[in-house]
Design a protein around this ligand. Structure first.
Ligand SMILES: Cc1cc2nc3c(=O)[nH]c(=O)nc-3n(C[C@H](O)[C@H](O)[C@H](O)COP(=O)(O)O)c2cc1C
Length: 179
């Protein structure tokens, strides 16, 4: 049987620096993985990008297709947007499409494709009034948002530990959405 396909889509928050390990975990769980990044996250990962492409067997995407380009990834069974920065959460909720990742989210919401979003914000960012509205908007649009109880819980500024980011919750949610 062909493997299920997971899109692992990350924005510019520290846990994205662990994507190589996360890809290994996901592959060990029987998924084929495609990695997508915001342009800032792609910048952060810089010299790790060729290794991620080799590890996944798919191009890492951070820029939208241009007309006439063929789709380079297999269709997804589920997608995870994590870590989702304050910026990416708000962009997604507002339906803006400034980059490849945001464009995918807009399309996934419109087409009701299985989508998990796990924010990574400190407790100060989390109090921004738009953040709460964005979480609510995404949930009411059918997105599985892992924030608060049962999801990512913010730490005070400067006290976050990227190694404690709860990847297992996102992977469990993607597995259940793909069933
Ligand atoms: C070292 C560092 C850590 C950061 N951590 C976070 C974070 O945990 N959450 C967040 O929302 N933004 C964080 N930021 C800010 C984002 O990287 C910034 O808002 C960026 O524009 C997000 O862009 P993106 O959503 O397109 O990836 C951090 C920035 C730096 C330089």
């Amino acid at each position: 049987m062909a493997s299920r396909v997971l899109y692992l889509l990350g924005s510019a928050a520290p846990p994205v620096l662990d994507f190589a390990d996360v890809v290994s975990r996901v592959q060990a769980d029987g998924w084929s993985v495609c990695v997508g990044l915001t342009p800032t996250a792609a910048d952060w990962l810089g010299d790790q990008l060729p290794a991620l492409e080799q590890q996944t067997g798919h191009p890492v995407r951070s820029t939208p297709r241009t007309p006439g380009d063929n789709e380079v990834w297999p269709d997804a069974d589920a997608a995870i947007v994590a870590p989702a920065s304050l910026n990416t959460v708000n962009v997604a909720a507002l339906g803006l499409t400034p980059n490849f990742l945001a464009g995918y989210v807009a399309e996934a919401i419109g087409k009701q494709w299985p989508l998990v979003v796990m924010p990574c914000v400190n407790s100060a960012y989390a109090t921004h009034p738009q953040f709460g509205r964005s979480i609510e908007t995404l949930r009411s649009a059918g997105v599985r948002v892992l924030f608060g109880e049962g999801g990512f819980q913010p730490d005070p500024p400067g006290q976050g530990d990227r190694k404690a980011y709860p990847w297992a919750l996102a992977l469990d949610a993607a597995r259940s959405l793909a069933e």
